[in-house]
Ligand binder design. Structure first.
Ligand code: PA5
Length: 474
């Protein structure tokens, strides 16, 4: 495993280089120094006071020990029967785990023969789509499946409904006692319905520490437990995060990639109308990192009110793209559409394998020029070509390069984006840790399903103005 630093390169946002008003000048970056120092001091003191608990995650030796112990006991209890791990969660309780597993396991992991895979298959269920759940009932053998239910609040309707469904499905087939051996709840240490259920059932539990919010929880038991069961080196993951933490302790924005990324995104958004932030990995394995980041950015910075109570409607819209696929889909818009996007190109220096493209069809120029090159060369050339095209059309872009995809570099990436997000919260002067917009939707749903205490929400829904039939076509 190459334990090297990821590289953060912001050359291509500089006005002089991209020759476009969408970029930023050195003087403009410099002008953030004082604000950055103030935010740095606020973050440092909050961190010292035990707030912003995600900062501690790279160093939680006990949490790692617990994760491993619990994982080992599941493996022991299930023995050779451990064929599947089903992870139930949603949003911050799921997206980090998905990104982690997808980036650090075989691309067709679940389809590998058992003898090669050696660890269970993994399935994440987020949605409450009846067809999807039935699909899982069809393929998962209850005797051979462990369930990890993850919910920080322990009250979210989607994972709770899915948990109830799987409990019934499994208990009917294997009985309550076996089910209890095969289920692990990752939830708050004392609060919430899931904690009560777990205590009632007497099942294995892992706690999400106080102050670690969903979208900042990937380096806690939320992401570590499934990762450990898939054989991922979670110590190196946290070591990578701790390395990034060292860089992120720098007050100087020119030495701190998280602060610099926040400054650039904030400035381009608020001064130049760059309303969208695209993350485009040139790697299928990293595609889910964009999805995780999309939620981190959207829920943390998309806020109506500022910390001082003014209406600000803050937030850049995050967009997922994947290279080279989106060269044939979104790049046209990025290069020639409005100057409203900043694009981060995530790339990988060394892939696990070099694949030679065979020299076939010598007489067909359209195929023969590829022969003798590696697929890696083609991928890299396409990435460079995209960057050049973006620069040439004056589109600000950032390059983040991983020496290779491994737990150490992925740990760095997660941590960089988390620090960037809380820092950006202070630039926007919004609370990056709450999600009142999400809560509103959750509460309406509770009301509609008749949950006690949410009667007023039901009333609001019932009294919502009727729809005008003139505006419905069928
Ligand atoms: O990031 C967040 O806080 C949210 O996306 C939550 O993770 C999501 O709503 C699920 O909540 P919980 O883990 O409490 O079930």
């Amino acid at each position: 495993m190459i334990k090297k630093s990821i590289i953060y390169d912001f050359n291509n946002v500089m006005n002089d280089r991209i020759k476009s008003p969408a970029g930023i000048s050195l003087e403009e970056i410099e002008s953030y120094r004082q604000k950055a120092s103030e935010i740095h001091r606020t973050l440092t003191s909050k961190r010292k006071n035990g707030e912003l608990a995600f900062y501690k995650l790279p160093y939680r030796k006990n949490e790692v020990k617990n994760v491993k112990k619990t994982g080992d006991s599941v493996k022991k209890d299930m023995g050779n029967n451990f064929e599947n791990l089903l992870v139930i969660g949603i949003g911050g309780s799921s997206l980090g785990g998905i990104a982690l597993i997808k980036s650090l396991t075989h691309q067709f992991y679940n389809l590998l023969p058992d003898t090669v895979r050696k660890t269970p298959r993994i399935f994440f269920v987020e949605n409450i789509d009846p067809d999807e759940i039935k699909g899982l009932f069809d393929i998962l053998d209850p005797e051979k499946t462990a369930v990890n239910i993850i919910s920080k609040s322990g009250n979210t309707a989607e994972p709770m409904a899915n948990f109830l469904l799987f409990q019934k499905f499994m208990v009917e087939k294997i009985g309550e006692e076996n089910f209890k051996k095969q289920v692990i709840a990752t939830t708050d240490s004392s609060k919430g319905t899931m904690r009560k259920i777990a205590d009632d059932l007497g099942i294995k539990t892992l706690s999400i520490s106080e102050g670690v919010g969903g979208r900042f929880s990937v380096l806690s038991a939320v992401g570590l437990f499934p990762a450990y069961l898939m054989g991922i080196d979670i110590d190196s993951l946290l070591e990578g995060a701790a390395y990034m933490d060292k860089l992120c302790k720098n007050e100087d924005i020119f030495k701190n990639p998280a602060y610099m990324n926040a400054v650039i995104h904030f400035h381009l958004h608020t001064r130049n109308g760059v309303n969208m932030a695209v993350v485009m990995p040139y790697s299928t394995a990293l595609a889910e990192i964009s999805v995780w980041y999309r939620q981190l950015l959207a829920e943390s910075l998309g806020k109506k009110n500022s910390l001082s109570g003014e209406v600000v409607y803050a937030g850049q819209t995050p967009i997922k793209a994947v290279g080279a696929i989106d060269q044939h889909s979104q790049i046209q818009l990025y290069c020639e559409g409005p100057f409203d996007k900043i694009i981060t190109i995530l790339s990988v220096d060394t892939f696990k394998i070099f694949l030679n493209i065979p020299s076939l069809y010598e007489s067909y120029e359209g195929a023969s020029y590829l022969g003798g090159h590696t697929l890696n060369e083609l991928f890299n050339a396409e990435k460079q070509a995209t960057v050049l095209a973006l620069v040439k059309s004056g589109r600000p872009n950032i390059e983040i390069t991983l020496p290779e995809i491994n737990p150490y570099t992925i740990g760095q990436l997660f941590y960089l984006y988390e620090v960037q997000t809380v820092f950006a919260g202070y630039l926007y002067n919004v609370n990056s840790l709450d999600q009142p917009g999400v809560e509103a939707g959750k509460n309406y749903a509770y009301g509609m399903l008749g949950r006690k205490g949410y009667e007023n929400m039901k009333e609001e829904v019932d009294n919502f103005p009727e729809k005008d039939k003139r505006f419905i076509i069928s």
